[in-house]
Each structure stands twice: as structure tokens, then as C-alpha cells.
Design a protein around this ligand. Structure first.
Ligand code: GDP
Ligand code: ZN
Length: 312
């Protein structure tokens, strides 16, 4: 028997598949040939990959299905190893949306950190939804701060949804936005990512998942990624954070292409390529002066340029 299914769990030596949208998990292993063909990354198959498989009857742990082919990916997200071995690890593939969970306070947001995540999502072509969490803690006292945040990010082209995992505000709207999609959840630790996933579906408890994953990592070198199904429809992949995602492969001249609001302006720069720093006739700098590009985002861009130079 042959079929096509999606990888919902990567346990290092074996996988679990399900023919989405059905949620009927069965074990699978990788045929050796497929392993060799994808030797560029430490893992040839990632959560979210659509694969072709073969079985002789119902698959179980003693008779797992055999993955024979990985179907082309719409997109994928890579984490580079922290060492300099140039090894990379595919975290997830075929993502419909990245839900970036942030909070303005407790802990205080670092916009350059958020902007790095957004650039990463642009590089990997994953549509973004910013979930502005914990609004119960600061919106009433600091409405202008919330409005300022929305102005910066909606102005750049990103949807912002105000939510509170504590009060449940915006959770229905978020649930709707996640329906029928494979959603990668990310954000700085403490912003409330786990609480929000739990609010979306109380049967999910990412904190428990995290503990067992940390426990496993002590024994194995591979990290564990898993897709969960939301009772309301749609799927969630929880990541510990996009912090380690390198921008090292981006050329200096390329970075601005991944700021959508800069991409819109840069065709009109007098010089090509333009770093949008010192060049005369720079349309990006003119747009910053005219208020079409926020100074905060432009500053993040300058920070990335500088960091990029430090790498070289
Ligand atoms: P994670 O590290 O991003 O997964 O964050 P957690 O979900 O563990 O949340 C960090 C802390 O913030 C916990 O103490 C949560 O109870 C709290 N928290 C999460 N969401 C909210 C919220 O919407 N409002 C308030 N007041 N606290 C929240
Ligand atoms: Zn320019």
C-alpha cells in the first residue's frame, strides 16, 4: 500500500505520520536512500513535511510505514547549529503561518528582537500574525503605547491581534486565524506562548511537552519537534524561540528586502545596490523622514547591518 501523509512528530530515529486533515497517527521510518539524498541538513525529514510512504498493511511500531519520498516543500525554517560546523537543522516545513507571541511589558519587549524574528519569517516566506499578549496588564494604563506598537507593525504590513491568555480576550479570534492552518508558535520566553496555546485548547500543555523534550535532549542529540492538533481545527508547532536562527547567509545588501515597508520604497533609491545609510537620493531614508517607515524599524535594520559587518 502507498500513500501520502504529513510528518507530525520527529523523534530522531522514527517519525509519526498522519494524513491531514485526519488525525490518525502511525509510525514510520526512513528508507536509507532518502536519508542520503538530503544529507545537507542533520535531519532529512522535518515536522510538516509531506511524504510518500509504503506499508504492507496497517502500520504499527513493529511494522512501521517506510517513507520513500519527501514531497517538495512550500517553505521551511532552519536552525543553524551553534558551533561553526555549518550544520543546519530543519525545524519545520510547509508552514501556513507564524504566530509571534509578544508582550509590551512583563517582560518588556525588545523591538530589535521581534524584528529579527520577522526578518527570519520573510526570508523563509512564512506569513506572520503578531499576537500582542497580556493586554490585560498594560492597555488600560498605557493605551498610547499599544497604539504606537500597532502603528509600527501594521504600518510595516503585519497584522496585530490584541489578546490575553489570562482573560481570554482575543482568543476566539486567534483560534479562527489558526483554523485549517499549520501554525508555528514562537516568541521570547515569558511572553505567554505556552499560556496562549493552552487557552486555544485546554487539552494542550506545552509546558509539559517542554519538560519532556528537555529531558530527552539530555539523552539524545536530536531535539524533538511535534505538531499538535487544536480541537477547533488547525495545527500548532511550538518552538523554543527563533533566537538561534542565523541571518549569516544574508548579504548586507539583501537585508532591507526582508523589511516589507523598505522593499516597497527601495526601487526608487538612486544607487543600486543601496545600503540605505549614507547614499544620496535614498528613497528608504526619505520614507523614514516622511513617516512612512517607522524610526524603530529603521533602527533595527541599522542594528542588523552592523551586526552583519561584525560577522565578516
Ligand atoms: P512562555 O515562556 O512564552 O511560554 O510564557 P508562559 O506561558 O509560561 O507565561 C509566562 C508568564 O506570564 C506566566 O506567569 C503566565 O501566567 C503569564 N501570562 C501569560 N499570558 C498572560 C496574560 O495574557 N496576562 C497575564 N496577566 N499574564 C499572562
Ligand atoms: Zn536606499
Amino acid at each position: 500500500m502507498e500513500g501520502v501523509a504529513t510528518v507530525v512528530k520527529n523523534a530522531g530515529s522514527h517519525y509519526e505520520l498522519s494524513a491531514l486533515p485526519a488525525w490518525d497517527l502511525f509510525p514510520a521510518v526512513l528508507r536509507g536512500k532518502v536519508r542520503l539524498e538530503r544529507s545537507g541538513a542533520t535531519n532529512p525529514v522535518a515536522v510538516g513535511d509531506r511524504v510518500r510512504y509504503e506499508t504492507d498493511g496497517p502500520a504499527d511500531i513493529e511494522h512501521p510505514a517506510v517513507i520513500t519520498e519527501i514531497l517538495p516543500r512550500d517553505n521551511y525554517i532552519i536552525r543553524r547549529s551553534t558551533n561553526l560546523s555549518r550544520q543546519s537543522h530543519v525545524i519545520a516545513a510547509n508552514l501556513d503561518q507564524a504566530v509571534i507571541v509578544v508582550s509590551l511589558l512583563f517582560p518588556e519587549i525588545k523591538l530589535p528582537f521581534l524584528d529579527r524574528i520577522l526578518v527570519t519569517c520573510e526570508v523563509y516566506k512564512v506569513p506572520v500574525l503578531i499576537a500582542l499578549n497580556k493586554v490585560d496588564l498594560y492597555r488600560e494604563e498605557l493605551p498610547e503605547m499599544v497604539a504606537g506598537f500597532r502603528r509600527i507593525y501594521e504600518g510595516a504590513g503585519y497584522p496585530v491581534l490584541e489578546v490575553s491568555a489570562r482573560t481570554g480576550e482575543g482568543v476566539n479570534a486567534l483560534r479562527e486565524r489558526c483554523q485549517g492552518r499549520i501554525n508555528l508558535f514562537s516568541g521570547e520566553s515569558g511572553a505567554g506562548k505556552s499560556s496562549l496555546i493552552k487557552a486555544l485548547d485546554p487539552s494542550l500543555d506545552p509546558k509539559i511537552g517542554k519538560i519532556s523534550a528537555a529531558h530527552l535532549q539530555g539523552k539524545h542529540t536530536t531535539s524533538l519537534y511535534e505538531m499538535y492538533r487544536l480541537a477547533s481545527g488547525g495545527y500548532v508547532i511550538d518552538t523554543p524561540g527563533l533566537r538561534g536562527f542565523g541571518l549569516v547567509d544574508l548579504e548586507k545588501e539583501e537585508i532591507s528586502k526582508y523589511f516589507p515597508e523598505m522593499l516597497r520604497e527601495m526601487d526608487n533609491c538612486r544607487f543600486v545596490p543601496c545600503t540605505h545609510t549614507h547614499e544620496p537620493g535614498c528613497a528608504v531614508k526619505a520614507a523614514v523622514d516622511a513617516g512612512r517607515i517607522s524610526p524603530e524599524r529603521y533602527n533595527s535594520y541599522l542594528g542588523m547591518l552592523e551586526e552583519d559587518q561584525k560577522f565578516r
